[in-house]
Design a protein around this ligand. Structure first.
Ligand code: CUA
Length: 422
């Protein structure tokens, strides 16, 4: 093997270093970076990281410089004198023990301080959110606001949000890189985490992930976080807490009685024959403002056909009164206000059409995708608990062809129903 001399290898090494440095530059945006100061949590972690990097760099430079100097200065030369033979050097040994000890203290003190800071209970007045991990989706509950939703989380900027993390099944881990954290969801245990999105963060959308291997669709257990303005949050929360906007299954409400007018007010204007007012759907993160990196790019797997022309004729009422029952959807999905639809095996669908994704952030929320998802979810997301519902479809979980289930027209009705649940 030819000897590689330093003089020959030097330029190549220098070239590699320059190349590596250049590839790290440029205009590339890193939307999932954790090196941010967007929250108090990430800020404190980043400060610690900066400090470690500072001391680490000094140690690296000093040690490498001493090493290179020693290698070159004291290398073996032909005809040179024999090296001095020594045994032990108390001063040197004390020095190289003491200096690392001091450096370790300089690292340990801020580290322990940050650990205590980030593990402390959330400050009073924090917005409470219960995070419940499921294989493979996220349930979010705002107990103080009466909201149950899934996979897409809204938080107001400038207010601390306190997460209570539990799991329905196996271990998961909750992480929004840009916000900080990463905390495990552990069976039979409640973990906590909190952060405050900066008040000047603006209305933005972020990615979140499950970061603890939890089975075949671990990689498909994604989250969207919307940091919104306080008034936007209030509008969203108020609507999310209300029952389903479209509900042909609701128990018949008693006829509205006109409010008696106080004598000092003007007489009531007689009711005009107009269309009923559209129920307010509350604030929803505008779809056109979604940055590309939070929009799902997953293509629908080949071999899952659906007659999209049927979607135009989907009947929401029929979907609610027939398809939702016949398809067995009601057995797993809650829709607030619908009698019997109370299960939380699957995501709560009360306001499912206010979400931008389905299947835990894996696919875009739209009619054609929803139809295929209902038809054969197991073909679209490995291991998913949701049964294959399309009649004649092969269910990869049960390893059999579905003989009951819904045909494409019935699925189109269910899609129309779900799309009306704004
Ligand atoms: Cu849940 Cu990985």
């Amino acid at each position: 093997m030819p000897k590689l001399r330093l003089r020959e290898a030097g330029p190549a090494l220098l070239f590699m270093v320059v190349l590596l440095t250049l590839t790290a530059c440029g205009d590339t945006v890193y939307p999932n970076t954790t090196f941010t100061r967007f929250t108090d949590l990430n800020s404190s972690i980043l400060s610690l990281w900066d400090r470690l990097l500072f001391w680490g760099t000094i140690v690296f430079v000093v040690v490498e410089a001493a090493l290179i100097f020693t290698i070159i200065r004291y290398r073996k030369r032909p005809g040179g004198p024999e090296a001095k033979q020594i045994h032990g050097n108390a001063i040197l040994e004390i020095t190289w023990t003491a200096i690392p000890a001091i450096i370790l203290v300089l690292i340990a003190v801020p580290t322990v301080k940050t650990i205590f800071q980030t593990q402390a209970p959330a400050p009073a007045g924090a917005l409470k959110v219960q995070v419940i991990g499921h294989q493979w989706w996220w349930e979010f509950r705002y107990p103080e606001l009466g909201i149950v939703t899934a996979n897409e989380l809204y938080v107001p900027v400038g207010r601390t949000v306190s997460f209570e993390l539990t799991t329905k099944d196996v271990l998961h881990s909750f992480w929004f890189p840009a916000m900080g954290g990463k905390r495990d969801l552990i069976t039979n245990r409640t973990n906590y985490m909190w952060f405050t999105p900066n008040a000047d963060l603006g209305t933005q959308a972020w990615n979140g992930f499950c970061t603890e291997y939890c089975g075949s669709s671990h990689a498909n257990m994604r989250i969207r976080l919307y940091t919104v303005q306080p008034d936007e949050f209030e509008s969203w929360a108020k609507h999310q807490a209300s029952p389903a906007v479209f509900n042909p299954l609701a128990p018949a409400a008693p006829p509205a009685t006109p409010v008696a007018n106080a004598s000092n007010r003007r007489p009531a204007v007689p009711a005009v024959d107009t269309a009923p007012a559209q129920p307010s759907t509350g604030y929803v993160f505008p779809i056109e403002k979604l940055p590309a990196h939070v929009v799902p790019q997953t293509p629908i797997p080949a071999g899952l056909d659906f007659d999209d022309a049927l979607l135009a004729g989907g009947d929401a009422t029929r979907g609610a009164t027939q398809g939702f029952m016949l398809g067995g959807c009601i057995g797993c999905h809650a829709i607030n206000g619908v009698p019997g639809a109370v299960s939380n095996i699957g995501p709560n669908l009360t306001h499912v059409a206010s979400r931008h994704t389905i299947a835990s952030g894996l696919y875009k929320f739209d009619g054609p995708t929803l139809a295929r998802w209902i038809k054969n979810a197991r073909h679209m997301k490995p291991g998913v608990i949701m049964n294959t519902i399309g009649r004649g479809e092969y269910d990869p979980g049960m390893k059999m062809t579905v003989t009951a289930g819904l045909d494409d027209r019935q699925i189109a009705d269910v899609v129309a129903y779900l799309m009306s649940l704004k």
